[in-house]
Design a protein around this ligand. Sequence first.
Ligand code: ADP
Length: 373
Amino acid sequence: MPEGRNTSKSGRSMFLSKEQFVDILESISDGFISMDNQLDVIYFNKAAEKMLGRNREEVLAKNLFDAFPEARGSLFEEKYTEAVKTKKQISFETFFEVPPYINWYDVRIYPSKHGISVYFLVITKQKQVEEKLQKLNQELQRSNTELEQFANIISHDLQEPLRTISSFVQLLARRYENKLDEKGKTFIQYILDGTSHMQKLLLDLLSYSRVGGGKIETKSLQLEKVLKEVKRNLDKKIKENRAEIISTSLPEVYGDEMQLFTLLQNLISNSLKYRGDESPRISISAQNDSENECIVCLRDNGIGFDPKHAKHIFQIFQRLHLRSEYEGTGIGLAICKKIVERHGGHIWAESKPGQGSTFCFTLPVHKKTSAKN
Ligand code: ADP
């Protein structure tokens, strides 16, 4: 078959004329340089002229390294030699630091029987954006780690003085019971309630900082098995509430067992806590979102909440109810969010007052899509 000839579906022969070839090479946005086996430039397209600031007349028929002496000793020369030797296509990105060609380049070298072709693009702008993003990401990671360490330290260190306050107030209450009037006893009770709540807050804050810190141990897990463990752990509460928990086709996911246990346990505990008048009915189901990810949803028939709060209940210490109505610290859902995000997923809630709530989250189903360690 002559060069440039193709056959269409209908069997008709089609030829690509020289003008058509040239037209294609002149219309592409990649710079294109073709050289013969002596490395003499035989084609230099318009995009190459623009990107390198050289006219084709200055370059054509010259040896590449005579036309571009600045390329001697560069990564390009190294890769070109490798491509010629191995007869294999090579692509690479490089920063060329010699004026007037200072830029980032994306280069592809294609060796052939008749010589070598090079396609290239100037990618300095993308590289600058990439570098900026990378720096921002590093900065964000650093400040996150710092914040987690800070939360860890304060929650740890504040527990000690709190324990001292609480035990001395208890001592005071016992020793001076007969000397205190009703008001004095009530005040002491307020202090004890306050310290016990603060202890819970500190412990939860500690759990929150632990969920975010360190590496997570990921592996393939049957979500159904994790749920079974959670049910076993919450057995007493489930029975007390006469709750029914139904699950359907929970998939195998890829994650940290302890963290996924905490995730399900926090959500189920909330469904039991924010129950309505009827016995709690909690159903957990899953479906594939894509080949890499599944969506797991937990639906309850509890008191529900105004959908305008659906986002901010995942923020730390955000609660929709008074502590006198429902015990809590407002950290459970923030922990859930952190766990899901550490697994590369996201979490959201849907609800209406009096109509139950649905909490959904995505999880990876394979190793390659999982976990931001
Ligand atoms: P806590 O339960 O300790 O307050 P969470 O972070 O677990 O903290 O929940 C934050 C808030 O979201 C709760 O105070 C409650 O108002 C609301 N909430 C969470 N789960 C449910 C649910 N299943 N039904 C109704 N409201 C819920």
